[in-house]
Design a protein around this ligand. Structure first.
Ligand code: NAP
Length: 519
């Protein structure tokens, strides 16, 4: 059982900061939760980053099998804290126990997925071009390359995945797998969960002999403590999930450093769903029920929530009628924190005032403390195109239906900001007949779905959970799946090196037995 102290982890040492940065708050009741939390001091922030920098040479040189053992030990320690997580989590986040237990499983699964990746070792993408001393007109040198870790990484914990995108979530797992120490910044929404998980990481580091400083967790908020971590010259990359304002602020900070560094920020996405008439043959009401399930899952607080639906004029009346009735009867749910609830109430109220927008339905139930309720709005494709603000994220269970001709819909999709996902419901004939629309959807998103709904992100090697700006700050990568490891690496080449001085991955005898590109 972790006894909650309310202090940061400066490597394996607990902070002595005395400035309060608040307590956990039960979003369902407004009740504060013990203990009080204290900000890391500026000296402790410096110490945490220095420890990470000092740990980097040793940690990055640790063989993949040992790094894998560390990741597996973290998963075991988190699983051992499963009951504590399931007790504290619902109080801090308003999420049900079953969701938190499921997310614990996903988090541990992610850690083990990266463990398998680094234990096997081929992920480094080793490339070997041997010397050709007799080549004319010039000899060819021996050049070998592979991915190497960047250095210490700052990870901002997300509010909406208090485990899977938080202290030991995807960003931490992929950075640690790559060989990068992590300095995590706790989210004020779930400080107790953060402390339980950080204690698990520190215990695992100790048990598996990792250098002190391989992991730290700092309290005190993103704007104060997080900004100073990102400004620190030893930090080499940033992982973030949250608001567009927060993500772009961190991008600006990282770009203004004497040495700019990459920021992988997942920010705002409204995940368009296009339904062409043929898709309704399977049953308009059934499709509306499935859509409503995706819209309201987790009170709509998923980055892949379907916040925009395109329908062609004259189709989908029964779909809309069913959706309206589901929304009217829809129950409100407790949102993650007061700030997110307020932002949802504001965004789902202000959209109704935009020219051409009609409120199709709102839940008829009264919202209790901290709750958000489903809502559906509609607008013509022409009005959607004329009002850029309609592309804003309503982070919660609200969606906007846009109706127009295929050409109007194609134009509206082409004008969309970058998205994590886009979904097309159509027959295969419609798919083939609407190349311009499909190509516009493909260009605007990271993951294109044919049928189904975007919520529920599979964690696997082929997953892309990323997309053009502003869904992420850098659409060339993913935050879910094994490809995420490459966000925290860079390619490096060795030219003319003696075999014994090369990393094991690049030596002639291939002692690790990994897959390599050899010429
Ligand atoms: P947030 O306000 O962006 O906060 C996320 C983290 O970033 C917190 O630790 C916060 O620290 C920090 N932060 C915020 N602004 C910063 C800045 N200027 N400089 C440095 N750090 C900063 O996100 P949130 O609290 O999770 O939710 C707020 C809104 O973000 C939601 O209503 C929703 O619209 C959006 N959101 C989107 C997604 C998505 O995946 N698309 C996920 C979550 C949230 P502080 O403690 O200082 O605030």
């Amino acid at each position: 059982m972790t006894s909650l102290l309310g202090t940061s982890f400066i490597g394996s040492t607990r902070s002595s900061g005395t400035n309060s940065c608040g307590q956990g708050i039960n979003p369902a009741t407004g009740e504060t939760l013990a203990p009080e939390y204290f900000s890391a001091t500026p000296e402790e922030v410096e110490q945490a980053v220095r420890l990470a920098a000092d740990a980097f040479p040793a940690y990055s040189a640790i063989p993949g099998k040992q790094r894998g053992a560390f990741l597996r030990a973290i998963a075991e320690r988190i699983e051992a804290a499963g009951d504590e997580i399931a007790t504290r989590g619902p109080k801090e986040t308003g999420l049900p126990e079953a969701r938190l237990r499921g997310e614990t499983g996903r988090t541990c699964g992610q850690l083990r997925m990266f463990a398998s990746l680094v234990e096997e070792g081929s992920w480094v993408d080793a490339r070997i071009e041997r010397a050709q001393p007799d080549r004319q007109p010039l000899p060819k040198p021996d050049i070998r390359s592979m991915s190497v870790p960047l250095g210490p990484v700052a990870v901002f914990c997300a509010s909406n995945f208090p485990l899977a995108f938080s202290v030991a979530g995807g960003d931490t797992a992929s950075a640690l797998a790559a060989g990068c120490p992590v300095v995590a910044i706790a989210h004020h929404s779930h400080p107790g969960l953060a402390e339980i998980v950080a204690a698990a990481v520190i215990m695992a580091a100790d048990e598996t002999g990792m250098p002190d400083g391989v992991f730290s967790l700092l309290y005190g908020g993103g704007r104060a403590v997080g900004q100073s971590v990102v400004k620190h010259p030893a930090i080499q990359a940033v992982g973030f999930t949250g608001s567009r304002a927060g993500g772009t602020a961190l991008m600006a900070t990282a770009a203004a450093r004497p040495q700019p560094i990459p920021v992988y920020a997942e920010m705002s996405s409204i995940n368009p769903v296009v339904i062409l008439p043929g898709a309704f043959a399977k049953g308009e009401e059934t499709l509306a029920e499935a859509f409503f399930g995706s819209l309201t899952m987790g009170v709509g607080q998923f980055c892949t929530n379907p916040g925009l639906v395109f329908l062609t004029e004259g189709s989908g009346d029964a779909f809309l009628a069913k959706l309206k009735s589901l929304v009217e009867a829809g129950a409100p749910g407790t949102m993650l924190n007061a700030g997110i609830c307020k932002a949802y109430q504001e965004s789902s109220s202000s959209i109704a005032a935009v020219s051409g927008v009609e409120t199709l339905a709102r839940s008829s139930a009264d919202c209790g403390h901290g709750q958000g309720a489903p809502a559906v709005f509609s607008v013509s494709a022409k009005d959607f195109l004329a009002n850029e603000e309609l592309q804003g994220e309503m982070f919660g269970p609200a969606t906007l239906v846009v109706r127009g001709s295929i050409d109007d819909i194609t134009a509206a999709v082409s004008a969309l900001e970058g998205q994590l996902t886009a979904t097309l419901h159509a027959t295969e004939d419609e798919l083939a007949a609407n190349e311009a629309l499909v190509s516009a959807l493909r260009n605007r998103c990271g993951r294109l779905l044919f049928g189904g709904f975007p919520t529920g992100v599979e964690v696997c090697s082929s997953m892309v959970h990323g997309g053009p700006y502003p869904s992420t700050s850098d659409g060339r990568s993913t935050s879910v799946g094994t490809m995420a490891i490459h966000r925290f690496t860079r390619p490096a080449a060795w030219q003319g090196f003696p075999d014994a001085a090369l990393p094991a991955e690049l030596r002639n005898g291939n002692p690790l037995g990994i897959k390599r590109h050899e010429a």
